[in-house]
Design a binder for this molecule. Structure first.
Ligand SMILES: C=C1C[C@]23C[C@H]1CC[C@H]2[C@@]12CCC[C@@](C)(C(=O)O1)[C@H]2[C@@H]3C(=O)O
Ligand SMILES: O=C(O)CCC(=O)C(=O)O
Ligand SMILES: [Fe+2]
Length: 369
């Protein structure tokens, strides 16, 4: 499947030139290439009055809580999710070991311009005139090829941990997807590609390791610019340093505070399509710290790459006509990496007649690139 998805990126390669790869470790001042014109406005952070729900998956009421969180936030944190804490800690430690390598080492495993796996800057970065204060490592399947180059003698730990984590994430994300869809009254029979009769091969996914080095002037840089994930859902493990913010109506950014052992679940664009807009994908970004090196790990989960995703028939009636054209994940990524935050509007079937735009489009207009 990663081969299929890589087709989507060919028209929009992301280049990683040696000369504009700054060495974050030694930088004393933010270079012009990384200084954003709009200063990050921490004052708009209203986390204390409005906070992202934390849901205990063992709670008998979990499904209802998940449904409400998806409708009103597009994001929530989960606890008692069954992922062992030692696996999260191991992942963090192999992540640190990777990003602590000298820049020249990391560039040995640079993701090719239209490649899928390896070291590089976030794919969204080419939409912005300034560079991001972050580096990433993307894994589709096994990272063995890259790990062997980085640690010829000792590559197995990195592979074992990231593969075990992906295995656990696959289970958790499938479970979460069914809780989310279940809260809308969808059963396995309603989803032809995932239903029991069709031998669902499980989600297709990427594991993204994000690193945000300390920055001498965090307010003028951007770790990861505002985006929605092009997934069904994303499971994010943020380590103990805050940085993730989600966008709320009216232009406010709310910090999602790290909670030990908790995982953040984001609704992605494909779930917005599948749910016919009932579960809007969440616009989010990452800001950085002056003295702390922040890491995060995103498991970006989608359907098999060539399956058509369209609004579920059960959610459609006279009052609720289908809002989006059917697309495969592959096609959607192609559209996304041409239009970024307008991608959902591009595949929207009709605009509301009163001329108003839906909340999602509005968000995108205000904070889009
Ligand atoms: C399967 C995916 C999902 C991708 C593209 C491709 C591989 C890497 C993913 C990310 C990871 C980092 C944020 C993001 C926004 C990015 O820049 O690269 C993600 C993007 C998306 O969700 O669109
Ligand atoms: O670092 C974070 O908290 C956000 C990461 C993210 O949004 C992503 O990887 O898609
Ligand atoms: Fe994201």
């Amino acid at each position: 499947m990663s081969l299929n998805l890589s087709e989507a990126f060919k028209p929009h390669p992301v280049y990683l030139h040696d000369d504009d790869h700054i060495n974050f470790d030694s930088v004393q001042e933010v270079p012009d290439s990384h200084a954003w014109p709009q200063v990050v406005d921490y004052l708009s952070d209203l986390s204390d009055v409005d906070s992202v729900p934390i849901i205990d998956l063992m709670d008998p009421n979990a499904a209802t809580l998940v449904g409400n969180a998806c409708e009103t936030w597009g994001v929530f944190q989960v606890i008692n999710h069954g992922i062992p804490i030692h696996l999260l800690e191991d992942l963090e430690s192999v992540g640190r070991r990777l990003f602590q390598l000298p820049a020249q080492q990391k560039l040995k495993v640079a993701r090719g311009p239209d490649g899928m796996s390896g070291y590089g800057r976030a794919r969204i970065s080419c939409f912005f005139p300034k560079l991001l204060w972050s580096e990433g490592f993307t894994i589709f399947g096994s990272p063995i090829e890259q790990a062997r180059q980085l640690w010829p003698q000792e590559y197995t730990t990195f592979c074992d941990v990231t593969e075990e984590y992906q295995k656990e994430m696959k289970r958790l994300s499938t479970r979460l997807m069914w809780i989310m869809l279940g809260s809308l009254g969808i059963t396995e029979d309603d989803l032809s590609w995932a239903g029991p009769k069709n031998k669902y091969e499980g989600p297709c996914a990427a594991l993204q390791l994000n690193s945000y080095p300390p920055c001498p002037d965090p307010k003028i840089v951007m770790g990861l610019a505002a985006h929605t994930d092009s997934t069904l859902l994303t499971v994010l493990y943020q380590t103990n340093t805050s940085g993730l913010q989600v966008f709320r109506d009216g232009g406010r950014w709310v910090t999602v505070p790290p909670k030990r052992g908790a995982l953040v679940i984001n609704v992605g664009d494909l779930l917005q399509i599948l749910s016919n807009g009932r579960f809007p994908s969440v616009l989010h970004r990452a800001v950085v710290h002056q003295s702390r090196h922040r890491l995060s790990f995103a498991y970006l989960c989608g359907p098999p790459s060539n399956i058509q995703i369209s609004p579920l028939p059960k959610l459609i009636d006279q009052k609720h006509p289908p809002l989006y054209h059917p697309v495969t994940w592959n096609e959607y990524l192609g559209i996304k990496y041409k239009h970024l935050n307008q991608a959902l509007s591009v595949i929207r079937l009709f605009k509301p007649q009163d001329g108003s735009v839906d909340m999602n489009d509005m968000k995108r207009m205000k904070v889009g690139c």
